[in-house]
Design a protein around this ligand. Structure first.
Ligand code: BES
Ligand code: MN
Ligand code: ZN
Length: 499
């Protein structure tokens, strides 16, 4: 989708649809809405008086305009004025795109007004994000049927009052972030037989060449030389070869310690010998969501030219049962030197992450953050509205929480107290890979913490947020959401701007 800001009067702009927000409690249309009312001969006042539109969030009505100017006006409820924020703007623009799809319109326009509660840069950014995220769809594996392809919104013209240059810069940032998150969604949507570990590696190489970061890929032979036996063990039941994707972006000063992002790139999780039940297993193609977000985050960081050195690591493998698969009770020697008893082969994400985190900590990062669809338990705890965040460094956890609020990809902390570590005690090895039912999300994080050394580190469990059976937000669809791409980029942005 193309998004641009126009410093012009939208009432003389030719567009099939112009969206204008109507806050809750509006009786007499004021400001730009007042001008629209006049332009429509008092129709807005009559709609409000008739009670057809009360300004409830995403409530809507479409009115036709007179000849010249916008063909249609979408009056869209924006809820309580005091609750106006960047996320409201994303959802309003997302809803505008959905309305346009229903009306088969491929171009739209919107008037931006947050009544001063959101600064202009963020307003433009959130608008571009909401619209461009909503406009994404995954069509590459559908043939064109009798009705032809559905209409997708391809262009958005934004108008608004205030500092036009700030809005324009925000729009550019938002477009980059949305395109990156949409890349993550596309990688997520590709099924396991397409998005294999080597496919993810090739995609990272392609994106790196386009956006401007360096990509190195370790194959199984190289991982064997390095001693990355945890990744190789998870991959041992699969005919597809595992990969470790290493991405390096150098936007900071030479020698500055990097920020390291690690993403779980499990391209299909059948559970291995500890086989998952069949129902819903197809969703386990999304088990590479963390890896997709890290590739996408590097794309955005490079395109925005952020002043930071960033390394992205994506350990990628399948987890399948076979005669060569790892068995419950097997013990592996990890890259960090620690031995792990594999009690449940379905707790494979933490194994591939163990080697990637150990590799990452050798880079002596300023901070390291991993993201992974790691536990079903985080969905029990937090549902689909927040990722779980835990770490060895409270400052990094707090930074992620703040970045979550700003990006709308929120995360919420769980305690990583050492008492939980006792659940991982093994009879035969240094540690076992599962800690039983209680606090499954925390014991998974506790396991990961064994492999980060003294690196300031935090972990995001995105099992409940990276994808979903239903689209709950106007700018998402059923399937992969690309989360936490924008959260990761916002975190790096907050660290990069600090110096
Ligand atoms: N990939 C799954 C976690 C998952 C579950 C992600 C549901 C998204 C939705 C992970 O590899 C897994 O199987 N975890 C197990 C751990 C258990 C064996 C300790 C789980 O959560 O059941
Ligand atoms: Mn699993
Ligand atoms: Zn998994």
């Amino acid at each position: 989708m193309q998004v641009r800001y126009l410093d012009a009067d939208p009432l003389t702009h030719e567009t099939p649809l112009l969206a204008v927000a109507v806050p809750r409690g509006t009786v007499e249309p004021a400001g730009f809405l007042g001008r629209v009312d006049e332009h429509l001969g008092g129709a807005v006042t009559r709609v409000l008086a008739g009670g057809d539109l009360r300004g409830k969030m995403e409530e809507r009505i479409v009115l036709y305009g007179p000849e010249g100017g916008p063909e249609r006006f979408l009056l869209i409820g924006s809820g309580e004025p005091e609750k106006m924020d960047a996320e409201v703007v994303r959802r309003l623009l997302g809803r505008t795109v959905r309305v346009a799809e229903e009306l088969h319109l491929d171009r739209i326009a919107a008037w931006l007004d947050a009544a001063g509660t959101v600064d202009e840069g963020l307003l433009g950014q959130a608008a571009a994000e909401g619209a461009a995220l909503a406009a994404w769809s995954f069509r590459e594996l559908k043939t064109v049927g009798e009705d032809g392809p559905p209409t997708l919104v391809e262009r958005l013209d934004l108008f608004g009052e205030g500092d036009g240059e700030a809005i324009e810069r925000g729009v550019e940032v938002g477009a980059v972030l949305a395109e990156a998150e949409n890349l993550a969604r596309t990688l997520q949507a590709r099924p396991g037989n397409v998005a294999t570990p080597s496919h993810l590696a090739a995609e990272a190489e392609r994106v790196g060449a386009e956006a401007g970061f360096e990509v190195t890929v370790f194959d199984e032979a190289r991982m064997g030389e390095e001693g990355m036996n945890a990744i190789l063990t998870v991959s041992s039941g699969s005919d597809e070869d595992a990969r470790l994707i290493i991405m390096r972006y150098t936007g900071g000063r030479e020698g500055d310690p990097p920020l390291v992002l690690v993403g779980k790139g499990l391209t299909f999780d059948a559970g291995g010998i500890s086989l998952k039940p069949p129902s819903g297993m197809e969703e386990m193609k999304f088990d590479m969501s963390g890896g997709a977000a890290v590739i996408a985050a590097l794309k955005a960081v490079a395109e925005l030219g952020l002043r930071a050195n960033v390394v992205g690591l994506v350990p990628s493998s399948e987890n399948l049962p076979s005669g060569s698969a790892v068995k419950p009770g097997d013990v592996i020697h990890t890259l960090a030197g620690k031995t792990v008893e594999v009690v449940n082969t379905d707790a494979e994400g933490r194994l591939i992450l163990a080697d990637a985190l150990a590799y990452g900590s050798r880079l002596k990062p300023a901070a390291m953050v991993d993201c992974a669809t790691l536990t079903g338990a985080v969905i029990v705890g937090l549902g689909h509205h927040a990722s779980g965040v835990m770490g060895t460094d409270d400052a990094v956890v707090d930074e992620l929480r703040a970045a979550g609020e700003r990006s709308g990809e929120r995360c919420w902390p769980l305690p990583l107290w050492r008492e939980y570590r006792e659940q991982l005690e093994s009879e035969t090895a240094d540690v076992k890979n599962v800690g039983g039912r209680p606090a499954g999300t925390i014991t998974a994080a506790s396991f990961l913490s064994e492999f980060v050394g003294d690196t300031p580190w935090a972990h995001l469990d995105v099992a409940g947020t990276a994808f979903g059976g239903e689209a709950k937000l106007s700018y998402q669809r059923k399937g992969g959401h690309g989360v936490p791409t924008r959260l990761l980029v916002e975190w790096i942005r907050s660290r990069a701007e600090r110096r």
